[in-house]
Design a binder for this molecule. Structure first.
Ligand code: CO
Length: 465
């Protein structure tokens, strides 16, 4: 029996514990060691890393990827991609999605894990096709399911989703339990069910320690035949991050399960990151809150981040006395909206609507533009029908959500050309243009700073000569 590990310290652990503020310089020296660990893959890019590089770290995200690639020639490098939204929340045109995937592979990505917040697989097809088109013999397209609990999210429904991902052509399938609310019992039913239906599919489990269940859930998943688990080197594990790599390795080894990991190397990786963690704990970047276990998410079925967002909103409005009422309002709002998985941006939309309903003293007296767009079908198909009453209120009598992807309606194919023209000589590569399309303000500032720094260097060199 073999279970392999995806190490998340460079991406999800970094994102969950310290808002993705880990600069390249802080981990550069351990990459060549990590390359010998025997991981299934190292998740190092996508998610919030791209935005954070441009916005806070003054790093070119593409250059970061190329440097990691160079330092780790033997390890599969993995990224997380939000389907048609790429790394943000807006729907991009197909040609932009295709170009982004092409450049990701060209700059060093091997495994592209692709998901859609609503599990509307029309939103991940273009990214999949581009992965197949531009991929090489190392490339893996991983179809990812946003995991949630609701009356319509049954094991049978998840098996159906897995079959669909498989028939679309994905190489592996991942369950993404972003809130860390998958219980050992649920993992058992789910993984046994999927393995019975699709025995030859590589199945991956991504979960978080947020509610304290991850180790139990992962252990049960292993017993039921999971092929790959996501973990983080132990000093960057637990809290809102993943379970610890060395701990899971130790436990699995006693069962005689082969992991492919080199014990000395994974311990060396942890030793390297300990002072890095200490630095960010003492400067407050890693807060005690993100390291804590919070079982509230299990009671209310909402992710920890969504609760803190709601608390912040209510405090802003001096309405913390309405907190309990707002919490109790969430299940109803979620049901009315057709049980969307509570992952960004749906978690914010549902949380804000629940708060609004309570503060206004009437349900849906005010509805945000985002929720309206969701009901119009612009985010994709809701897992279950939106409440008829709410749909009528937003779309009018007999109004229906659109039945095509939003980008099919708005497609112009001009996004790339427009961005190129807007940047002029600030852009030197297609990668620069792509950064600008994804995060226009941050990328423009980054490219201007880069140009200014280079002009300064040229002047300095001439004077010195
Ligand atoms: Co995650």
């Amino acid at each position: 029996m073999k279970v392999q590990f995806t190490e998340t310290v460079l991406r999800d652990a970094n994102q969950s514990l310290m808002a993705t503020r880990l600069p390249y310089a802080d981990f550069a020296d351990i990459l060549s060691t990590m390359d010998k660990a025997g991981y299934y893959s190292v998740e190092c890019w996508g998610g919030a890393t791209f935005d954070s590089c441009l916005r806070y770290l003054n790093e070119d995200p593409w250059e970061r990827l190329r440097k990691i690639r160079q330092a780790m020639p033997n390890t599969r490098l993995q990224m997380l991609l939000r389907g048609q939204n790429l790394l943000g929340y807006k729907h991009y045109h197909d040609d932009v999605v295709e170009k982004f995937v092409e450049l990701s592979i060209k700059n060093g990505i091997d495994v592209i894990r692709i998901f859609d917040a609503l599990n509307d697989f029309r939103n991940i097809r273009t990214a999949l096709e581009a992965t197949k088109k531009y991929g090489n013999e190392r490339t893996i397209a991983s179809g990812c399911i946003s995991y949630t609990q609701s009356p319509v999210h049954t094991v049978a429904k998840y098996i159906e989703m897995c079959k669909e991902l498989k028939s679309m052509g994905f190489d592996t399938i991942c369950f993404k339990d972003m809130a860390g609310t998958m219980s050992p019992n649920e993992a058992e039913n789910l993984i046994k069910g999927v393995k019975d239906a699709l025995s030859d599919t590589t199945l991956i489990l991504h979960t978080h320690c947020t509610t304290g269940m991850a180790y139990m859930t992962l252990t049960k998943a292993v017993a039921c035949g999971i092929d790959v688990i996501d973990t983080a080197t132990s000093c960057f594990s637990n809290g809102t991050s993943q379970a610890a790599t060395e701990t899971m390795f130790y436990a699995l080894q006693q069962y005689g399960i082969e992991t492919g990991l080199d014990e000395k190397v994974i311990n060396a990786v942890n030793d390297f990151f300990k002072p890095v963690k200490d630095k960010y704990t003492s400067n407050g970047m890693i807060s005690p809150k993100s390291m804590a276990t919070d079982s509230q998410a299990l009671v209310y079925k909402v992710p920890g981040g969504m609760l803190s967002n709601m608390i912040a909103n209510l405090k802003d409005m001096n309405a913390m006395d309405k907190f309990d009422e707002a919490l109790l309002e969430i299940p109803g709002v979620r049901a009315d909206l057709g049980y969307p998985p509570l992952v960004t941006p749906m978690s914010q939309m549902v949380g804000n609507q629940a708060v609004t309903n309570i503060l206004m003293g009437e349900r849906y007296k005010a509805v945000s533009n985002e929720v309206k767009a969701y009901i119009r079908g612009e985010y994709g198909v809701a897992p279950a029908p939106v409440s008829a009453e709410l749909q009528k209120k937003i779309l009018g009598e007999g109004g229906q959500p659109i039945d095509c992807r939003i980008e099919d309606e708005k497609r112009t194919g001009q996004e790339f050309a427009d961005a190129k023209a807007a940047l002029g000589d600030l852009a030197r590569t297609e990668e620069d243009i792509m950064s600008y399309i994804c995060f226009p303000q941050q990328a423009e500032k980054f490219l201007k700073d880069r140009q200014a720094a280079e002009e300064k260097r040229v002047k300095y060199t001439i004077v010195e000569a």
